[in-house]
Ligand binder design. Structure first.
Ligand code: SF4
Length: 102
């Protein structure tokens, strides 16, 4: 059985990180192939106010690097159904966050 369509779930979604994010301060950690760097990057993400938006972007893009606290390998291991399930969960969290802010 085919899993949910991640592209359809995230169509139109675009995240623009700001210069105030932890990754902007230390970009070398976020695109390093060193596992210790990736773990340090994920800790930075846990303090970032854009974690939900960034993780969604990372799930959609499939690019190398740490996005929203998840490394490329972690996102790959989730599989397409896992990524779509996570995207659905994050979209609900984002909607709740936006509702609380309004
Ligand atoms: S959550 Fe995204 S924007 Fe925030 S520090 Fe991590 S990689 Fe950067």
């Amino acid at each position: 059985m085919k899993g949910p369509d991640l592209g359809a779930l995230l169509s139109g979604f675009r995240f623009n990180p700001t210069s105030r994010t932890p990754c902007a301060a230390q970009p070398e950690l976020y695109f390093s192939r060193n596992a210790a760097h990736a773990r340090a990057a994920a800790i930075g993400c846990s303090h970032c106010p854009f974690l939900v938006e960034c993780r969604l972007e990372g799930l959609e893009r499939g690019e190398y690097g740490v996005w929203g606290g998840l490394s490329h390998n972690q996102r790959s291991r989730m599989g397409s159904k896992g990524r779509a399930d996570e995207a659905r969960r994050l979209l609900l969290r984002l909607a709740q966050k936006q509702k609380e802010a309004s």
